[in-house]
Design a protein around this ligand. Structure first.
Ligand code: HEC
Ligand code: HEC
Ligand code: HEC
Length: 451
């Protein structure tokens, strides 16, 4: 009895202290050194904001590419968040802003409301409308708590950089930012995330991360005629069914068994997002940066929540097909090994690809991705596959995953016809079945890339 009373009294004192600390923290907002209690409350909020900024990949877009002083020199990293990365859009290149707390060139003079409005509604102070290359249609769903933590981080956890970001100059009429007002009216969602009471906490956490901070739909949802994403949650049938941005096709993340995540387990998806290696699948194209800058840093609970949410998406936009046990698959592997394959593309595969991806298309665990049953290989669009073949690539560099491996560029080695043949072969061997790739598919991507 006495013991209990003692406990409730000490609990009451602790609670009162906590309230007092919060009160001083609020009173002293902006002056983190006012006293140690508020300093540590602020430090915790700044740390949480730093984590949320990783989940949202603010640095990925708001940091310029490493600078190379002269050809052959080692690339030098640019300061984080100082802006200047050029983002390709169908209307021209849009440069990201300096979002360090520098008062002149950055966002140092932003109030909390200015910040929340820019991030959620795409309206900077003074009424400047932002292009939706800044994913504010997704960020609209960020909760107030998270927005406060992000603001605390950008004001107190980021180094100011006094360098202006290059101006964005789009051709008329796209340089008329006020027109975006109509775009926002029609297309941009305005409400914060609402939890679905019929689902559990893990599902809701995953849905929140994917739909708001992670802005996965910015790449994975197809866009409509106004460049708008065709839906921002599972109520839209096109949501996360795959989209093309900047000549990378971001795969279908619904439960489709061919080109979607139907055959991937939640554990594989977590490994893919954490180490860049999940059951023989390796991120490539614009997904490499997402894993390197963002998802590898998410904690286990958050990654598991994302995977659980993705696995809950019903199969949509089916494409491609995989049958691991087809007898034709075994025959092809035999024929590749003995060298008597008549099919176009088989010879190219054996000479240029098999040393890494293997004759049976199974790849090498922790080194080279498997191509057999790989959903990205079976995708409706072959744009990513062509771009990868033309430019080559490198698997992600992560803290916990194996070291990065390179896929060479075949731009100087294979003609458009040969690329089409080898990709058609890869998409229709070892039990894979997907639409053939034509020479025209290849040349149109190469023309667009000028490569
Ligand atoms: C996919 C790329 C992308 C991501 C991710 C992104 N931004 Fe942006 N952001 C942009 C682009 C592009 C602009 C400039 C748009 C323009 O000029 O109209 C911009 C502009 C802004 C501005 C307006 C600054 C000004 O006054 O011009 C703020 C503030 C901002 N971003 C904050 C953030 C924060 C905070 C995050 C992370 C939560 C973030 N951004 C993530 C692309 C991105
Ligand atoms: C900047 C564009 C971009 C963003 C943002 C993005 N992705 Fe991707 N993603 C891609 C591309 C391109 C691919 C296809 C290449 C590959 O398989 O890695 C891909 C592939 C994937 C795959 C593998 C699919 C498969 O079947 O092979 C998963 C899983 C995935 N993304 C999850 C996510 C999640 C979760 C998010 C949000 C946290 C996200 N992506 C955000 C571009 C993006
Ligand atoms: C030197 C080893 C090597 C060779 C040779 C090679 N690749 Fe790759 N390939 C890789 C690596 C490493 C990746 C992962 C690239 C990335 O993450 O950007 C990859 C990725 C791929 C992918 C995407 C699959 C995924 O899940 O990441 C396809 C498709 C592919 N290669 C096809 C080919 C074809 C076709 C050839 C022959 C013309 C070929 N590769 C030759 C190493 C190789």
């Amino acid at each position: 009895m006495k013991h209990d009373l003692f406990h409730s009294v000490s609990f009451a004192i602790a609670a009162a202290c906590a309230l007092a600390i919060t009160a001083t923290a609020n009173a002293a907002a902006g002056d983190a050194t006012a006293n140690t209690a508020s300093a540590s409350t602020d430090a915790a909020q700044v740390a949480r904001g730093a984590y949320l900024a990783k989940a949202a990949d603010c640095a990925g877009c708001h940091t310029a590419a490493p600078r190379v002083a002269h050809p052959g020199a080692a690339p030098v990293a640019t300061p984080p968040f100082a802006g200047g990365l050029g983002i390709g859009s169908p209307f021209g290149t849009i440069y990201t802003s300096n979002i360090t707390p520098d008062p002149q060139y950055g966002i140092g003079r932003y109030s909390y409301d200015d910040f929340a409005r820019a991030v959620r509604e795409g309206i900077a102070p003074g009424g400047k409308r932002l292009y939706p290359a800044m994913p504010y249609p997704s960020f609209a769903k960020i909760t107030d708590d998270d927005m406060h933590a992000l603001y605390a981080y950008f004001m107190h956890g980021v180094q100011p950089v006094a360098v202006p970001a290059p101006p964005t100059r789009l051709p008329f009429p796209f340089n008329q930012r006020w027109v975006l007002m109509f775009w926002d009216w029609v297309f941009a969602p305005k409400s914060q995330f609402k939890a679905d009471p019929k689902r559990d906490a893990q599902w809701n956490r995953g849905a929140y991360l994917v739909q708001s901070l992670g802005h996965c739909g910015a790449c994975h949802t197809p866009r409509g005629p106004g460049y708008e994403e065709r839906g921002y949650d599972g109520s839209a049938s096109a949501y996360l069914t795959g989209g093309t941005n900047d000549h990378w096709f971001a795969a279908n993340l619904t439960g489709d068994e061919g080109s979607g995540l139907g055959r991937s387990s939640a554990t594989d998806i977590v490994a893919f997002l954490r180490n860049g290696h999940g059951d023989g699948l390796i991120p490539f194209g614009s997904m490499v940066q997402v894993v390197e800058d963002s998802t590898q840093y998410l904690n286990d609970d958050d990654l598991a929540a994302i995977a659980a949410y993705l696995k809950s998406l019903p199969p949509r936009a089916p494409s491609g097909y995989f049958n691991a046990r087809s007898s034709a698959a075994q025959q092809t592997v035999q024929a590749l090994k003995t060298g008597d394959v008549e099919r176009p593309g088989a010879g190219i595969y054996a000479s240029y690809c098999a040393r890494c991806h293997q004759m049976d298309g199974a790849g090498v665990p922790q080194k080279y991705p498997r191509l057999a049953g790989n959903p990205a290989v079976l995708s409706a669009s072959s744009v990513s596959l062509v771009r990868l073949l033309v430019e080559g690539g490198s698997s992600p560099h992560t803290e916990s995953g194996p070291k990065p491996r390179k896929m060479p560029s075949f731009a100087g080695k294979l003609t458009d016809t040969e690329m089409a043949r080898v990709l058609t072969f890869v998409r229709n061997t070892w039990g894979n079945t997907a639409r053939p790739v034509t020479r025209n598919d290849v040349s149109s991507v190469r023309d667009a890339l000028h490569k």
